[in-house]
Write a protein that binds this ligand. Structure first.
Ligand code: HPA
Length: 257
């Protein structure tokens, strides 16, 4: 029932028919809500049935509009398992997108850089993920990310002269940041970046047959790399400071889809 009510609310308040793509924004990331034509927005806290994000930097807003002739939905208001939500609640936004008939999905997140070549501000297009400490989310998905969308993201990077790395994301449930030993373990396992989101949504969306891609933006060196303690404020600071290339990449990608 929850889904039905939320879907009806969105259909009344936003322009959610025949969306070309939905984009889920991570911590402190914003996109072109200001540059979209026909912009319509709702606060997730006003939506019936929608879980409320408690994390600083997640603004809790869903927008629809047109950019470069494409109909978009931008979801800024992810909720996380580490906030105390259940798996079902954390993937609820994906259930809504499915109910709305969305077929293409771009997930974004802020992540800790494990690969020493990927400093703060680096952009990674995910090719694979690992979830070694959370079997609940680990489904057998040999190819979770769409090759077609990934190659469009790479093309967008080339067109705009923005460096785009391919990478492997390590999902940790949080809420605390990792220990240095855990990061060493994840690096040995082939992970390039670490974060506390996106994998549950990926599993759900792939289960629904959506084409998905995911961009990680490195917001901080992962634990133990610099010897300094990590903080959520640092994550938000980097997200804010070097957003331009991320936004340029997304704009170009939308033109290409
Ligand atoms: N670890 C886990 N999650 C994160 C990090 C990190 O270093 N940075 C942003 N999200």
């Amino acid at each position: 029932m929850k889904i039905f009510e939320t879907k009806k609310y969105i259909e009344n308040m936003l322009d959610s028919k025949n969306l070309d793509i939905a984009i889920v924004l991570g911590s402190g990331l914003s996109f072109l809500e200001d540059n979209m034509e026909n912009l319509k927005q709702v606060k997730t806290s006003d939506m019936p049935g929608y879980p409320v994000s408690t994390v600083m930097g997640h603004k809790g807003m869903i927008s629809t509009g047109i950019y470069a002739g494409k109909k978009l939905m931008i979801m800024a208001g992810r909720v996380h398992y580490y906030e105390g939500y259940s798996y079902e609640e954390a993937v609820f936004p994906i259930d809504i997108l499915k109910a709305l008939g969305v077929k293409k999905l771009l997930l974004t997140n802020a992540a800790g850089g494990i690969n020493r070549s990927y400093g703060p501000g680096s952009i990674l297009v995910l090719e694979k993920y690992i979830a070694p400490f959370s079997s609940k989310y680990k489904k057998v998905l040999p190819e979770p990310y769409s090759k077609e969308l990934n190659s469009l993201l790479e093309e967008a990077g080339r067109n705009k002269g923005i460096e785009v790395h391919k990478g492997c994301y390590a999902y940790m449930t949080g809420p605390s940041f990792e220990t240095k030993a855990e990061i060493d373990f994840l690096r040995l396992s082939g992970a390039d970046a670490v974060g506390m989101s996106t994998v549950p949504e990926t599993v759900r969306a792939v289960g629904y047959g959506m084409d998905i891609a995911c961009i990680s933006r490195v917001s901080n060196p992962a634990a133990g790399i610099t010897g300094k303690p990590l903080s959520h404020v640092e994550v938000l600071d980097t997200a804010k400071r070097s957003q331009e290339s991320f936004i340029e990449l997304l704009k170009e990608f939308i033109k290409l889809i």
